[in-house]
Write a protein of this length. Structure first.
Length: 121
């Protein structure tokens, strides 16, 4: 089942409305008509240690024209954020997933984004 169409994510106080352009089984792609922003959502079942796990991947992409600092030639570049949920078929509730993600979002604040961008580990 697909998410609502369109999906919207606010970036720098501007809503980016992305209509669904693809549905293939458990995969949907939402994209702005100018290709600047896209949202890719996919789910798959995987076997690990004879157990089935559900793996969900959400990828948010921004595409823009940037100048190469050495040649000043313009080309497209992408900035991508991905979040993956890898869980067993049973044992964790949606509430537990939400609680863990809420803690992760709290930890991953503006300061932490700066540290990750600066390649701290």
């Amino acid at each position: 089942m697909a998410l609502a169409d369109p999906q919207s994510i606010t970036v720098n106080s501007v809503a980016k409305s992305m209509p669904r352009i693809l549905v293939e089984g458990n995969h949907s792609l939402y994209q702005m008509s100018d290709l600047t922003f896209s949202l890719d959502v996919r789910h798959r079942a995987v076997k690990r240690d004879k157990k089935t796990r559900a793996v969900s991947l959400v990828t948010f992409n921004q595409r823009k024209v940037v100048a190469d600092p050495l040649t000043a030639v313009n080309d497209y570049e992408n900035l991508v954020w991905s979040i993956q949920l890898d869980r067993p078929d049973a044992g964790f509730t949606s509430t537990e997933c939400d609680q863990m993600f809420t803690g992760f979002k709290t930890w991953f604040d503006t300061t932490m984004v700066g540290k990750i961008f600066g390649r701290e580990s």
